[in-house]
Ligand binder design. Structure first.
Ligand SMILES: Cc1cc2nc3c(=O)[nH]c(=O)nc-3n(C[C@H](O)[C@H](O)[C@H](O)COP(=O)(O)OP(=O)(O)OC[C@H]3O[C@@H](n4cnc5c(N)ncnc54)[C@H](O)[C@@H]3O)c2cc1C
Length: 398
């Protein structure tokens, strides 16, 4: 986002966002223990989604060539010469009308109708990969007290195959609030009543979120959300596609939201579109879908591999899924005592570095030779260990 909107971090901070070091102010609990914290240059901002969207929208509106038509439903693509697309039909509440365009970008999200519209135009729709996670969320905001979470701002309890289907996120937001989201995969869904929510939080493998919300003042209702599956449309595999239209964001690929990747991948795709437009509109779709697929591949592999580690998850398992999951599980266990591995893991999970960086000789050696010692399931904020003291190099090998 910063690349697309330089300085947007300051805009976020201006509406109350909290700047954090993602490996030192954020705690990650998985497989029975916390990853060792470490200072790093992986910064993030904590703020509510409505505020984030309001800031992005105001930045988009400041672009001199952008007009937003709100309250409009797009009904379909219109055909131009040579089977290409020449615009859209839409409805502003007064019946269908046509809007012509040199290029239509379908950013209509997970429910995109482009696959159906392609069939209407005489094209084959893309193949679809699906990973069925049957996930549900229950989210509530609470008042945040200064001493909560030892002054930290984010705590994530990750599900752990094969049995731990429950997870949670506790995230600081503007206005001294906590947002708490309890998550349950594969039908193990969180309840949406007061007592049920607390009982679910208490059943997590660490009590640290329960200890906060059991005493904090609720500021909202409990809001449920259902997410059946991660969906990827393989537009990059098509050999025929109309000129004049591309698809972007969740309309190409929507990920299990627990991994928090969707907006980052959508931003990377926007950059891929910008780069592809330098070659003009002719065969733009071919260049763009290939570039976008490279960005999507990484996030999809990370999310799908973790979800497919659960035997009940429905989806296609490649031969590498099992060994990769076993390696990552060990890496996370060693990372409880090796802050350098925490940083290496977060660089990949935040899409800063490719997954291959977790297989560099230095990391392989540390994962292989590191000890797995017992850990406390409670947050114990030890003094942060600088990377140098942990024997890690901040650039080349991590
Ligand atoms: C519960 C949850 C939590 C998430 N948390 C994170 C997170 O922490 N970090 C992260 O990076 N990502 C997260 N994501 C993913 C992120 O929200 C999506 O990846 C991102 O919103 C995708 O943006 P998009 O513009 O492609 O689609 P959307 O945000 O879905 O926007 C599509 C828009 O198109 C409009 N639309 C649809 N059809 C039409 C039509 N026919 N005519 C006109 N308009 C239409 C819709 O109304 C909507 O406004 C989360 C997702 C969920 C569901």
């Amino acid at each position: 986002m910063q690349r697309l909107f330089p300085g947007i971090e300051q805009d976020f901070l201006g509406v109350g966002a909290i700047l954090i070091d993602a490996t030192n102010d954020a705690f990650w609990f998985q497989n029975g223990g916390y990853l060792a914290p470490s200072a790093s240059d992986l910064n993030g901002v904590c703020l509510s989604r409505p505020q984030l969207e309001a800031v992005v929208r105001s930045r988009v509106l400041r672009l001199p060539n952008v007009t937003i038509n709100a309250g409009v439903t797009v009904l379909g693509l219109t055909r131009a010469e040579n089977r290409s697309v020449g615009g859209v039909t839409l409805d502003r509440g007064e019946g269908a009308e046509t809007l012509t365009a040199d290029l239509v970008v379908d950013a209509s999200g997970r429910g995109s109708r482009t696959p159906a519209w392609l069939a209407q135009l005489g094209y084959r729709p893309p193949a679809v990969s699906e990973v069925k996670v049957n996930m549900a969320y229950a989210t509530r905001t609470y008042r945040r007290s200064p001493g909560d979470l030892d002054g930290g701002h984010l705590l994530l309890v990750a599900p752990q195959a094969p049995h731990q289907k429950r997870g949670a996120v506790l995230a600081a937001q503007e206005g001294n609030r906590w947002m708490v989201t309890l998550t349950g995969m594969l039908g193990d869904h969180p309840p949406v009543d007061d007592a049920g929510l607390l009982a679910f939080a208490r059943s997590l493998p660490t009590q640290d979120i329960y200890d906060i919300i059991a005493h904090a003042e609720p500021l909202s209702d409990i809001v449920p959300y259902r997410y059946p599956s991660s969906l990827r449309h393989h537009y990059e595999r098509l050999s025929a596609f109309p000129e004049g239209v591309v698809v972007i964001g969740d309309a190409i690929c929507s990920f299990n939201p627990i991994f928090g990747q969707g907006m980052t991948v959508a931003s990377l795709e926007a950059q891929a579109l910008q780069d592809s437009l330098e070659g003009g509109l002719q065969e733009l779709w071919k260049r763009f879908f290939r570039r976008a697929a490279k960005r999507i591949d990484i996030a999809w592999t990370l999310a799908a591999s973790a979800d497919l580690a659960f035997p009940e998850t429905l989806g296609t398992r490649g031969p590498a899924v099992k060994p990769i999951n076993a390696y990552i599980a060990r890496l996370l266990q060693v990372a409880r005592h090796d802050p350098g591995l925490t940083v290496a893991f977060h660089q990949v999970s935040n899409l800063i570095k490719p997954p291959s960086s977790l297989f560099s000789p230095n990391i392989l050696w540390r994962v292989g030779s590191g000890s797995i010692r017992g850990v406390s399931p409670h947050l114990n904020r030890e003094p942060c260990v600088p990377l140098a003291a942990a024997g890690a190099s901040r650039d080349v090998s991590l």
